[in-house]
Design a protein around this ligand. Structure first.
Ligand code: ATP
Ligand code: MG
Length: 425
């Protein structure tokens, strides 16, 4: 127990964290390119926020939340997704009073009590964007294009953008009646969750994974054929903006997404490299959500990308070679005086932005060289009694195998030159 991480969690070890940093850096660059700024919200929120914003007919709220009572007897939940906290922050800090739209992104851990399997963990990471205060279809297309741009920048292939519109409360009212009419007497055959959905949000029956329900909805009327004029026009415009951007997509009238408060555009990006958990990105418009959570009526839209699934695609496709930048220099030492000198030198080098290290475990000189080679240092030099007396140093370029003789006091200048101006000065 003590030496096992909790079920559904995973360590990201130093050998992998470099790839994560690489992807996160790409995310930050692209978010900035599109005018999005970072927001960081707490890992936990009041449970009610998720019940209200994610919706009580969803799997997340019904089955998957990590909820507990804190010492003040408040019900607290670890965030199962990123949107709710951002909506809360938008309202709490009156961001609606600032010039709109507000465009933000986040990279955050999320927590869902699910059965762990490939691409499904209990703690996982999402990159998400949210935009508030913009109702135009240009935004719907912009966020889809941002997601596609990220995947492109990582040379990811084999993705499909699936697009749908689930309308607004105006078109959904009459549509819900049509669903009820269509299901007729079959409502008794719906699963327990869907009986609940039938009452509260029948559209979500289309999202059911139960075989029985899937069979029942085989010929169900589609929301896409039942949109009001405004929603239909919005959807046409989203498609026109996507076409203008040259983004490939396909219409999938069965996508309704897991959250209750989506309106109009919904989309998913599916990968052919992921097996069963094939959705890497999900998003949509939520024009009713800010108001639902107690803020002013404000349109909103966003998406979330599952970063573990994104990393799995990178791993499966191996289209880019993410290699860690090796550290600059290792100073091998023989004797205590040499250790003092090396300690001095590495401080000077580090101050100038050159990564440097020395032995800290009392290894033999041979073992120090072996260690430095394994760690992939660019340069290795040795300081012993001889070097201390003469002030001369031999330094080896590990990649090229070539050695130079230099003076100890010119080590910094030598490295700055060799590393091609990697000094931060
Ligand atoms: P799924 O159908 O796979 O359960 P979802 O509809 O619950 O997905 P969203 O709430 O839309 O997922 O979350 C956005 C993205 O976060 C998903 O597309 C996926 O990439 C990722 N994700 C969701 N749940 C998990 C999980 N338990 N482990 C890892 N990644 C996840
Ligand atoms: Mg899920």
């Amino acid at each position: 127990m003590l030496t096992r991480a909790p079920k559904g969690t995973k360590d990201i070890l130093p050998s992998e964290s470099y790839s994560w940093q690489y992807v996160e850096e790409k995310i930050r660059q692209i978010a900035r390119l599109y005018g999005y700024r970072e927001i960081r919200t707490p890992i936990f929120e009041h449970t009610d926020l998720f019940v209200r914003s994610v919706g009580d007919t969803t799997d997340i709220v019904q089955k998957e939340m990590f909820t507990f009572e804190d010492k003040g007897k408040r019900s607290i939940t670890l965030k199962p997704e990123g949107t709710a906290g951002v909506v809360r922050a938008y309202i709490e800090h009156s961001l609606y009073a600032e010039p709109q739209p507000i465009k933000v992104y986040y990279i955050t851990p999320c927590f869902r009590h699910e059965r762990p399997q490939a691409g499904r963990q209990r703690q996982f990471n999402q990159f998400g964007v949210e935009v508030f205060g913009g109702k135009e279809a240009s935004l719907d297309a912009e966020i889809i294009s941002l997601a596609v741009k990220l995947f492109d920048s990582l040379a990811i292939k084999g993705l499909k953008v699936n697009l749908n519109s689930i309308g607004c409360p105006d078109c959904r009212g009459p549509y819900h009646e049509k669903i009820k009419e269509y299901l007729g007497d079959n409502i008794n055959s719906l699963c327990k969750s869907c009986s609940d959905r039938y009452e509260k949000n029948p559209l979500r029956i289309l999202d059911c994974k139960e075989e029985g329900c899937k069979a029942l909805i085989a010929g169900i009327p589609l929301i896409l054929d039942n949109l009001c004029d405004e929603c239909k026009d919005h959807f046409d415009q989203v498609k026109a903006f996507l076409d203008a951007k040259g983004i490939d997509y396909q219409i999938n009238p069965l996508i309704v997404r897991g959250l209750d408060y989506y309106t109009k555009t919904v989309f998913e990006i599916i990968s052919d490299s992921l097996g069963a958990q094939s959705t890497v990105c999900g998003g949509g418009r939520y024009d009713g959500l800010v108001e639902e959570c107690g803020g002013p009526k404000t349109p909103g839209i966003g998406f979330a990308i599952g970063l573990e699934r994104l990393m799995m695609i990178l791993e499966a496709q191996k289209a880019i070679d993410i290699v860690e930048e090796p550290m600059d220099i290792y100073i091998a030492t023989i004797g205590d005086m040499a250790r003092l000198k090396a300690s001095d030198l590495i401080s000077v080098l580090r101050k100038k932005g050159i990564s440097a290290d020395m032995d800290h475990v009392g290894r033999s000189i041979k073992a120090q060289f072996k260690y430095a080679g394994k760690q992939g240092y660019k340069f290795v030099c040795t300081i012993g009694e001889n070097e201390l007396t003469t002030g001369d140093l031999r330094i080896k370029n590990m990649k090229e195998g070539k050695e130079d003789s230099i003076r100890i006091e010119s080590l910094l200048d030598y490295l700055i030159k060799q590393l091609g101006g990697s000094s931060n000065d």
